[in-house]
Write a protein of this length. Structure first.
Length: 517
């Protein structure tokens, strides 16, 4: 299985005779300055290379980095899984997914020549690892560089993280460079399982080696949040309870569980989207200015938000399930109470946010695909002429739209042009679509680059993860233990009808701390 990997790599020459230009190994994309690791050897091992994530996200993102000259010249990518495949078999398996990215066939083929496949009996198979890592080490030894780095991407279910980690620790660690592990969610099911999972890898690896991916942290608008907020001083005076009435973070999908019902029914929308993706966005929106711009300062500031967040209870929550959800043949429990829609109200007890309701809502099989943060400002109190106009003055809003059509919008009232003195809603928009020649890489592409650069700022730290489960576990257990029934809603609707009144009530409510003052 492994024999020809090194030979074919050694015979590989980067430039081929062709009219088409291959990535120039000596040039690095302007957006990223050349860093030491570009001149070092890099071996990437995709553990679970036969799976869905690997073909849909991991390899296509690596291809994009390769196409943009963002990977080292001396690069090789090893796939590992239990399924039996040849190197060529893996390449054929990946090809349609790579070509779909729009990258030219020539570059795809050049990339695939660097991809190899190894199989083992289990994810902890020492003999298979010895053979793969032996070849990897031979590849490293042919390099002029004295530093060889190794990145292991765990694209496997969490039940095999432990055995994968152990064998990597025993056989796979780099001796002259860094070793980093990328891990995919779900990072547990509740606080206890999260703690177990954290322990599984922390016994063998320091936190600095572990990169827990939440792909929402790689989306352009999310990556922009810190810079947008802290580099424009106009925001700081109004980014607080004095000016903001409520903040709503919405995730909507117009697809249902899409054949993943078996997986989804064990998790539900709160574990799938709210406890991770939306909570990450909330912490970036709500955090205090970090002391520095390094990864730990950013994550310290996010953890501070979580520490000050109240534990969520069932009373803070509206649950829904779309009609026909359990018709999915992969769902065993036809009487399941798994929520496919949830809206939650959260409180953050800090001087900045005391009394401001943060509403998180997410749903599958809704009317549209959308993800946005909407800060609603307090109503205008002054200006007699404004108060006297008959038309209702709408509150101003700041909208950060992650998808579709990423944009930052400020919704304001302006006078209807002409003789009228009545107000109309207007928008000041920064749309990413209007930026010429914009390159908007996939979230995974950005995050993989961050791993190689050793930038952990966009990855979830252990204490952050633990606290996020502390906030959500009582609610999740209450849903499981009480068997509470979610409200029904029609697929393609906006969610349960009751949500309109719930939202109105929750976004005006006072926090328990405020009402006890
Ligand atoms: P898959 O179910 O496709 O699993 C990946 C590979 O792992 C499979 O090809 C299989 O390889 C092996 N595998 C599967 N189940 C088991 C098992 N029970 N025991 C041992 N090995 C197993 O998963 P995905 O690729 O979809 O996801 C990988 C990880 O990424 C998961 O943790 C998932 O939750 C997470 N994730 C996935 C997303 C996606 O879009 N797919 C999105 C976000 C996160 P073989 O049999 O060849 O060993
Ligand atoms: C994943 C969830 O983490 O995010 C999926 O498991 C969801 O259920 C997906 O569809 C949404 O990601 P995106 O980037 O398409 O918004």
């Amino acid at each position: 299985m492994v024999s020809s990997a090194l030979d074919s790599l050694q015979n590989f020459s980067f430039r081929k005779d062709s009219d088409e230009i291959l990535p120039d190994p000596d040039s690095v994309h302007v957006a990223v300055s050349k860093e030491d690791w570009h001149d070092e050897v890099l071996s990437i091992v995709v553990v679970g290379a036969s799976g869905d994530l690997a073909k849909k996200k991991t390899y296509p993102s690596l291809l994009k980095l390769y196409e943009e000259n963002l990977l080292p010249k001396e690069l090789t990518i090893y796939g590992y899984a239990r399924s039996s495949k040849t190197h060529e078999g893996l390449r054929q398996h990946l090809y349609p997914h790579l070509i779909k990215t729009g990258t030219s066939e020539h570059i795809v083929n050049s990339f695939l020549e660097r991809c190899f496949y190894y199989s083992g009996k289990t994810y902890g198979d020492e003999s298979a690892y010895t053979s793969m890592i032996g070849d990897l080490a031979k590849f490293e030894s042919t390099s002029e560089s004295t530093v060889a780095n190794r990145l292991f991407y765990l694209a496997v279910p969490p039940n095999v993280f432990g055995e994968s980690g152990m064998v990597i620790k025993k056989i796979g660690m780099a001796t002259t460079g860094w070793t980093r592990l990328v891990i995919e969610k779900p990072f547990g099911h509740d606080l206890d399982s999260c703690n177990e999972l954290l322990k599984t890898l922390s016994d063998d690896f320091d936190e600095e080696c572990l990169y827990r991916i939440d792909h929402y942290l790689g989306k352009e608008v999310v990556q922009n949040m810190i810079l947008f907020r802290f580099s424009n001083p106009i925001w700081e005076p109004i980014w607080n309870r004095k000016s903001i009435e409520s903040v709503t973070i919405t995730f909507k999908e117009n697809i249902d569980t899409n054949g993943r019902g078996g997986y989804f029914d064990k998790f539900g929308i709160i574990r799938d989207i709210l406890q991770n993706h939306l909570l990450q966005v909330l912490t970036l929106f709500a955090m205090e200015p970090p002391e520095n711009d390094d990864a730990d300062s950013i994550r310290d500031a996010k953890v501070e938000v979580l520490k000050n967040m109240e534990i969520i209870s069932l009373d803070d929550c509206l649950l829904g399930q779309y009609d026909g959800y359990s018709d999915d043949s992969t769902i065993e429990n036809k009487d399941t109470n798994c929520p496919t829609y949830a809206a939650l109200r959260c409180w953050i007890h800090t001087p900045r946010w005391e009394g401001v309701p943060f509403i998180l809502q997410a749903g599958k099989a809704l009317d549209e695909k959308l993800c946005e943060v909407r800060a609603t400002f307090k109503p205008a109190k002054t200006l007699a002429s404004v108060q006297s106009v008959s038309k209702k003055i709408e509150p101003s809003e700041l909208v950060l739209r992650l998808q579709p059509n990423p944009a930052i919008e400020l919704h304001n009232n302006t006078k209807i042009p002409g003789l009228s003195t009545s107000p109309m809603k207007s928008k000041m928009t920064m749309s990413y679509e209007d930026i010429p020649d914009l390159s908007n890489p996939d979230a995974y592409t950005r995050l993989l680059l961050s791993v190689m650069r050793g930038d952990q700022g966009s990855f979830v730290r252990d204490d952050e993860l633990r606290r996020s489960w502390e906030i959500f576990t009582p609610l999740l257990h209450a849903i499981d233990d009480t068997g509470v029934r979610p409200l029904p809603y029609k697929p393609t609707s906006k969610g349960p009808e009751e949500r309109v009144k719930w939202m109105e009530k929750m976004s005006k409510a006072t926090s328990p701390l405020q009402s006890s003052l």
